[in-house]
Design a protein around this ligand. Structure first.
Ligand code: URA
Length: 188
């Protein structure tokens, strides 16, 4: 049985794919290890690569705005990425990179046992929920897999490119908190 510390150490010295040669710092997930809600995005950006922490750049600021709009804080959720290393130029992760990295996400999920998984953006939704996931049409809808409720919302960087997506994403986040509260009540 691996611990959080074990996973962090494996990620810190990982050389399973060529991104380990171009990254500055690997980026492990962060947040509460007893969170009900797990956010999964695709890969660290440039600022995350410098700081070794998820969502610390412009997208992170927008994510904080979304969280604040539904009274969530980073301390009560867990945020991670499929890839733990930054793809140069912010390109989409390659299949081989996702395959090389996915076991770290599986360990994080196994240890956390979230009640709700929220994919941030198309790339995460297509890897985690369904390969043909259409973020424009399906964001905010729920899939129940083995008792874990999964949904996806627009990636913060998509909202930065197109601010008209902000309000609908705030509404999706309100529904996520509602679902968490329903699940908590059901388990009382
Ligand atoms: N974008 C991502 O997908 N992940 C991060 O950690 C930061 C930006």
């Amino acid at each position: 049985m691996y611990t959080w510390k074990d996973i962090e150490q494996y990620i810190a010295s990982c050389a399973r794919c060529p991104l380990s040669q171009t990254r500055r710092l690997p980026v492990m997930g962060r947040g509460s290890h007893s969170a009900d809600i797990m956010l999964i995005a695709e890969a660290p950006g440039g600022q995350e690569d410098l700081e070794g922490l998820p969502f610390v750049g412009r997208s992170g600021k927008l994510l904080d705005e979304l969280l604040k709009s539904c009274s969530l804080t980073r301390d009560e959720i867990y945020i991670t990425n499929i890839l733990k290393c930054h793809p140069p130029g912010n390109r989409d992760p390659k299949e081989a990179e996702k395959e090389a990295c996915i076991s770290y996400l599986k360990y994080e999920t196994f240890l956390l046992k979230p009640k709700i998984i929220v994919c941030l953006g198309r790339v995460a939704a297509q890897r985690i929920i369904a390969p043909d996931y259409k973020i424009t049409r399906q964001h905010g809808t729920w899939t129940n897999r083995k008792g874990c409720f999964m949904t996806a919302v627009y990636h913060p960087s998509a909202i930065l490119r197109d601010p008209s997506k902000l309000d609908v994403t705030k509404a999706d986040f309100r529904e996520i908190v509602k679902k968490r509260d329903e699940l908590r009540t059901a388990h009382l």
